[in-house]
Write a protein that binds this ligand. Sequence first.
Ligand code: GDG
Length: 478
Amino acid sequence: MPRQRTFDLVIAANRLPVDRVVTPDGRSEWHRSPGGLVTAMDSVMRGREGAWVGWAGEAGEAPAPFEESGMWLHPVPLSEEELTTFYEGFSNDTLWPIYHDVIVPAHFHREWWQDYERVNERFAEAVCKVAAKGAKVWIHDYQLQLVPAMVRALRPDLRIGWFNHIPFPPVELFAQLPWRSRIIDGLLGADYLGFQRATDAQNFVRAARQLDGRATRGDTVTTQDADGTDRVVRASAVPISIDYVGLEELAKSDAVQARAAEIRTSLGDPDIVLLGIDRLDYTKGIRHRLKAYEELLAQDTFRPPEVTFVQVATPSRERVGAYKDLRSEVEATVGRINGTYSALGSPAVHYLHQSYPRDEMAALFQVADVMLVTPLRDGMNLVAKEYVTCRHDLGGALVLSEFTGAWHELQQAFVCNPHDIEGLKQTMLRAISTDPKDKRRLMRASRRRVAEHDVQRWADRFLTNLEMAPERPPAKGA
Ligand code: GDG
């Protein structure tokens, strides 16, 4: 038996940062997924021995652990049934709605919970297998909330951190979860808990106090370890960001600039291009922005070919009922708008239910006169940060929902409440008609914010907080 390799930094996330691709000659290769998390982890892992624990993307037996781009990847198996119960069920049809203001009803099934527990246990065991003595463990997101306590029970020598990519709900909503105390206990296994906004961290601390009777003080919660000793867990905000330098460089490339010009021409060179880019998810406010646009068309505020709206709605969680319903509703609305307001060769809405490469997205951002980011609730929303990063020309305008984490950082955006359709319409019109000189000033300020708070800084801050927990890290850069 070869000796098990161990590492001083272990990442655990639902998915590994690679996808299997079958080449034309039938060989199978692993390709790195392009996401920001992978880029951030790349730089964090540089010069360290790092491992990543996660699902490889195919149901059934997991591939053997392997090395990819200097990182040790340790696949965790998920069965077809667990994909339905743990992933689509408990993670995305119980937790996701509760953590996003119950925009759609949450479904509670005891079998889903049992599989959630079982899969979390499997992740915890895998983490413990690859973690060196005293290693740092960084667990990601709502699918793995029991892993911190499970890891601690097996390996009290490890330093354990968890980051939540989505909101943490107010106590009144979190209280609905039949397994609320188990989740709080699961999270309290960590030394440090990171959230997108200060409110999310406060919601967690409040839940621990009110629902679980824990003693809290400021941003800390006191818990008892198995041996009865008190341990203090800190919960605070470390907002995630993007690879500003890498994306800006891509947006400035000749190929992307040429593609942006080509897209504008192919849209019929309209005066106003509106753009939305989202996973097709009910949290993103796609229906609300379509409604506002439809009303503006109905009022003859503008018409194609003068205006067009491009909506990229990347397929997501297609087997979950609420996502099927959303897709039908969005597609019916797009059909109605196009049937009523399009001109020959100039559709009112370009609806693209597809996924695109990163360079195509960068080109689309450059074409958008107004970027519509209108979620009803969103942990951060990276699309908002990506848009301003791509606008090195200082053109365009960002309409941004106040219910996103991003709004707390990008306050120079045109803020909207997507529930207020009348207000949203006015904000869209303001984003179009504001003097370009003023828009450039606003764009410059937003870009500076993202440049100074990029994904590298986020990762550094998280790891510093983890190292320092439960004390406060030094103020500088925190
Ligand atoms: C969760 C939280 C939080 C989308 N379509 C394509 C594509 N994308 C990329 C975007 C962006 C990412 O996917 C989506 O990130 P968001 O932040 O907008 O939203 P979620 O997927 O809901 O992410 C969220 C995030 O985690 C990070 O913590 O901000 O609040 O919900 O990067 O550009 N990328 C490509 N083709 C597509 O078709 N290449």
